[in-house]
Design a protein. Structure first.
Length: 267
């Protein structure tokens, strides 16, 4: 007697009304793409090929990097990394209390909501604008870059830190509270141990990003490899530019590998 296979039920089907939110969402995306086609000048894409001679001239310079001043490039790249280290470190110190204050599950709404709006303002300020503000205050140099990165990164990290706190397991916090401990002890023993690995991972990600952002800040005189890079670009010294770009790529890759190794030990 043969056993009949169990029939496989058909996949569940959704009605048009159930699919309407998805259709509206993706339809809105395509509408936005269509609206942005003209302002984004997507029609100029063929110029990438019609103006290929200009790109070939630049490409020839990039195939012959000039490492004559390699000591200068390495020194300036190291300065850029130091700017990123200090900017990220100061940002973490500011983001920890702000992230806790912005967490819905440990802070009352009359504190949490204003802190969240403050973080929105901090995150929306571009690095270059913040850099210009600090350039006026302290003059050209690395400190302006450090402070610009610290302010912007603190807003980003504080939001990420608060979201990590909001997703914690309530059990350890309630266990600490059951002992009669104060609110500060609940945070110290019930919250921080749960979020510390994730917080560290977020900080490392931002350090990688700040290593690149610090390069851009060289455009306004905040020091580091970015200043040398923009000087070579303005002089149309493509061979020097290629060498500088290669130094940046190597440095960022090393930072990424180090950060990945640290995160793998934490998570």
């Amino acid at each position: 007697m043969s056993v009949q296979p169990t029939p496989v039920p058909p996949p569940p089907s959704r009605t048009l009304l159930q699919r309407a939110p998805d259709l509206l969402l993706w339809g809105g995306v395509f509408v936005l793409l269509a609206i942005a086609f003209g302002p984004a000048e997507i029609r100029k894409i063929p110029l990438l090929f019609s103006n290929s001679a200009n790109m070939q001239e630049m490409g020839r310079g990039f195939t012959q990097p000039d490492f004559t001043d390699w000591r200068l490039y390495v020194a300036q790249m190291w300065l850029t990394v130091q700017i990123a280290i200090w900017g990220t470190s100061l940002a973490v110190l500011m983001a920890i209390p702000l992230g806790l204050l912005a967490s819905r599950n440990i802070t009352p709404a009359f504190i949490q909501v204003p802190v969240r709006r403050f973080l929105d303002i901090v995150r929306s300020a571009p690095d270059l604008v913040l850099g210009m503000i600090f350039l006026v205050a302290v003059g050209p140099g690395p400190l302006a870059g450090v402070m610009a990165l610290a302010i912007n990164t603190s807003g980003v990290l504080a939001k990420l830190f608060s979201e990590a706190v909001e997703s914690i397991d309530k059990g350890p916090v309630e266990g600490v509270r059951a002992t009669g401990a104060a609110k500060l002890h609940e945070i110290n023993w019930g919250v921080i141990p749960q979020v510390a690995p994730l917080w560290t991972s977020y900080a490392l990600y931002r350090f990688e990003s700040n290593s690149r952002s610090a390069t851009v800040l060289g455009l306004i005189g905040a020091g580091g490899i970015g200043q040398v890079l923009f000087d070579s670009l303005n002089a149309f010294a493509y061979s020097r530019t290629a060498a500088i770009v290669l130094v940046i790529i190597v440095a960022v890759s090393l930072i990424d590998m180090l950060s990945q190794a640290i995160r793998s030990r934490l998570l």
